[in-house]
Design a protein around this ligand. Structure first.
Ligand code: TRP
Length: 338
C-alpha cells in the first residue's frame, strides 16, 4: 500500500511548557512523518481541562497558541498536514459521549494514568479524568486513523481505543478503522533529571527535573549540571538503564539529538569525565533548543496567522469528522441531520 494513504494522528495537551521529552518522544518526528503519511496533528485543549485550576484558566489561550507555534517551529507544515484545536471540532465531544456509552466502567478503572491521579489528587478528582481515555479514543477514531503516534505512557489508552472500536464494530458494522501504534523505540520516554526512574513531566513542581523547550541556555546548563549520574570511579559512560539510569537518560537525550547511535556512545565518550560528558550533552541540547526557539518566537509574534492556521485546520478536520460521526449516528438509529 502507498504509505501516503495512511493516516497518522497525534496530539499533545496545550502547554507553553512542553519539555525536551515531548520533543524527543513526539514532536521531533512529525516533520518527517509528513513526507510519508497523511498527518493530523491536534492540540488537545479539551483534555487539558481535566487539570482545571485558577492559574491555567487565565493561561489557557496563551498555552494553546504557544503549542501551535511550537508545532510550527518543529517543522509541522499546515500545507502538508492538518493542524487543529480539538475544541474547534465539536464532533470530538459528540463521539466521546457515544463511546462512553460503549465503554465499561471497569475498563476505565484499570487505566494506570487514572489510578495515579486517584493516588495523587484523590479528594478533588473530576469525572473528566476518568473519561479522559474515551475522548482520546474519539480523537483517533473520527479520522480512520491507521497509526497513532504516542509516547510510551499513552500505550494503554490506545489499547483501550482499539478494544472500544472492535466492540463497537461487532455490534454496528465495521464503522471504525482499528488503529495501530506508531511508537519510536529510542526516546519515547525521557526521564526526570534528578530522579531518572520517573518520567520527565511538564507538570513536575521541581523544575530541576525538567528541561523545557522555552528554557534559556543558563537554565539548561544548570539543570544538566545538577542531573543525577552515579559514583563510578573511574567514570563509566555507557547505556544501561537498569544499572546506570541517570547516565543512560542523558545518553538517550544526547543520542536522539546528535544522531550518534546508542551503540556508538561508549567509544565516543571513552576517557571523558562526567563533567566533560555533561558539557557535551548541554551543547547538543542547547543547539537544538535555540533553533526551535528562534522559529517559535517568529511564529508566536503573529497571533492572527496562528489563529488562521488553526481555524483552517479545523475546517478540514471537521469535514472528515462529520462524515464519520454521521455514520455512527446512523448506525445507532439517531436522527440528527448532518
Ligand atoms: N493523552 C495524550 C497525552 O497526554 C494527548 C492526546 C489526546 C492524544 N488525544 C490524543 C495522543 C489522541 C494521541 C492521540 O500525551
Amino acid at each position: 500500500m502507498n504509505k501516503k494513504n495512511l493516516v497518522v494522528f497525534s496530539a499533545i495537551q496545550p502547554s507553553g511548557n512542553l519539555t525536551i521529552g515531548n520533543y524527543i518522544g513526539v514532536l521531533k518526528h512529525w516533520k518527517k512523518f509528513q513526507k510519508f503519511y497523511k498527518c493530523i496533528f491536534c492540540i488537545a485543549d479539551l483534555h487539558s481541562l481535566t487539570s482545571l485550576n485558577k492559574e491555567n484558566i487565565l493561561d489557557r489561550k496563551k498555552s494553546i497558541l504557544d503549542t501551535l507555534a511550537l508545532y510550527l517551529a518543529c517543522g509541522v507544515d499546515p500545507n502538508k498536514s492538518i493542524i487543529f484545536i480539538q475544541s474547534s471540532v465539536s464532533e470530538h465531544s459528540e463521539l466521546n459521549w457515544i463511546l462512553n456509552c460503549n465503554t465499561n466502567f471497569k475498563e476505565l478503572m484499570r487505566m494506570t494514568q487514572f489510578k495515579n491521579s486517584l493516588k495523587n489528587i484523590n479528594n478533588n478528582l473530576n469525572a473528566g479524568l476518568f473519561n479522559y481515555p474515551t475522548l482520546m479514543a474519539a480523537d483517533i477514531l473520527l479520522y480512520d486513523t491507521d497509526k497513532v503516534h504516542i509516547g510510551k505512557d499513552q500505550k494503554q489508552h490506545l489499547e483501550l481505543t482499539r478494544n472500544i472500536a472492535i466492540r463497537f464494530n461487532n455490534c454496528n458494522k465495521n464503522i471504525f478503522k482499528i488503529p495501530d501504534f506508531l511508537m519510536i523505540k529510542t526516546g519515547s520516554k525521557i526521564m526526570s533529571l534528578l530522579n531518572p526512574k520517573k518520567k520527565m513531566s511538564k507538570s513536575d513542581k521541581n523544575h530541576k527535573n525538567v528541561i523545557f523547550l522555552l528554557d534559556n541556555s543558563e537554565e539548561i546548563f544548570k539543570k544538566i549540571k545538577s542531573a543525577v549520574t552515579d559514583s563510578n570511579n573511574p567514570p563509566n559512560i555507557f547505556f544501561d538503564p537498569k544499572k546506570k539510569p541517570g547516565i543512560s537518560n542523558l545518553l538517550v537525550i544526547f543520542s536522539t539529538l546528535s544522531g550518534i547511535s546508542l551503540c556508538d556512545v561508549k567509544s565516543y565518550f571513552l576517557g571523558k569525565s562526567y563533567s566533560q560528558f555533561k558539557n557535551i550533552v548541554f551543547k547538543v541540547i542547547n543547539n537544538c533548543i535555540k533553533k526551535i526557539q528562534k522559529k517559535f518566537f517568529f511564529y508566536r509574534k503573529q497571533e492572527e496567522l496562528l489563529i488562521k492556521i488553526a481555524f483552517e485546520g479545523a475546517k478540514k478536520a471537521s469535514f472528515i469528522a462529520k462524515r464519520k460521526l454521521s455514520e455512527v449516528y446512523n448506525s445507532l438509529g439517531l436522527l440528527k441531520k448532518f
